[in-house]
Design a protein around this ligand. Structure first.
Ligand SMILES: NCc1[nH]cc(CCC(=O)O)c1CC(=O)O
Length: 309
């Protein structure tokens, strides 16, 4: 078995940060590495919203092709950009230690606040719908592109602030521009937010796979994300559906808070379930059952109808 790991990544600065982060973990474990930058459809189409392109695999397809070819051994992604159901033949073998998972407002203007009549840049349906629910006076404008592009558009006057994941803002060293940390009960994050996932083709050498998992997987994070992703799987939520879930681990007890919000923000369901960390998937399923029973199924069907129009 070779000790060389070819790391596939997208070329944005955030993606590269994540690839270097994984590279460092692998090197500390004595593995040698090489980074291979891969362009994806999601990187090329910048003028259409992700919800409209169809979220399935726009940022992952090309990486998966190369995993199958063996041109790369692992693909590194933001965990929250990973589909809940991977295509046949692929699996996630590690989740890195999760960063602070909340959303933040990023701006040059320190006076920006959700309490004011501001215009926020975002392209996430979860964030737009959540704003409509809790802060209906706030206006939003769609901004796509990598984080640097979004900052530039804000500076050109498109919006007063960007609504971003803390993790991304921090990794891009925008900490000095964080003007508000958003509440986890209101802006419950997207499933997986703040962690980096390592995806492989199932045919990868099992000895190498075990070494990579040992070097990169953070046990607590992986238990939390397994519960969140099990919830997402039932909702079949890609990143275009405003669903959210956040698990926490206390000893051997997992708590999982999650729900769904309608696109107009009028209805929002959020429920907490608790259970043994020995079976995170069961907890995700339980949350989905409860959210559906509380009216979430009707909301989800309505969202799918609207997005498919
Ligand atoms: N949807 C894009 C995306 N994918 C991962 C991150 C940030 C890093 C993370 O959440 O892990 C972001 C930017 C954002 O949502 O603000």
């Amino acid at each position: 078995m070779s000790n060389q790991v070819k790391i596939g990544t997208r070329g944005s600065r955030l993606a590269l940060w994540q690839a270097y982060h994984v590279e460092e973990l692998l090197q500390k474990a004595g593995l040698s590495t090489e980074i291979v930058i891969i362009d994806t459809k999601g990187d090329q189409i910048l003028d259409v919203s992700i919800a409209k392109i169809g979220s399935k695999g726009v940022f992952t397809q090309e990486l998966e092709d190369q995993l199958l070819d063996g041109r790369i051994d692992i693909a590194v992604h933001s965990a929250k950009d990973m589909q809940s159901n991977l295509p046949d033949g692929f699996e996630i073998i590690a989740f890195t230690k999760r960063e602070k998972e909340n959303d933040v407002l990023v701006s040059h203007d320190k006076s920006v606040s959700l309490k004011k009549e501001v215009v926020l840049g975002t392209s996430s349906t979860r964030r737009v719908s959540t704003l409509k629910h809790f802060y209906p006076h706030v206006k939003t404008v769609e901004v796509r592109g990598n984080l640097q592009t979004r900052i530039r558009k804000m500076e050109e006057g498109l919006c007063d602030a960007l609504l971003l994941a803390y993790a991304g803002a921090h990794r891009m060293e925008y900490d000095h521009m964080i003007v508000e940390e958003l509440d986890l009960d209101e802006f419950t994050p997207a499933v997986g937010q703040g962690s980096v996932a390592i995806e492989v083709a199932k045919k990868l050498d099992s000895e190498l796979e075990a070494k990579i998992t040992k070097a990169c997987n953070h046990l607590e994070t992986s238990l939390r994300l397994r519960a969140e992703r099990a919830y997402l799987r039932v909702l079949e939520g890609g990143c275009s559906i405003p669903v959210f879930a956040l698990a926490n681990l206390e000893g051997d007890q997992l708590s999982l808070k999650g729900g769904i919000v309608s696109l107009d923000g009028k209805e929002r369901i959020s429920i907490v379930v608790e259970g043994d960390s020995a079976n995170p998937e069961k907890l995700g399923q339980e949350l989905a059952d409860k959210v559906f029973a509380a009216g979430g199924k009707v909301i989800l069907d309505q969202i799918k109808l609207t997005l498919n129009k």
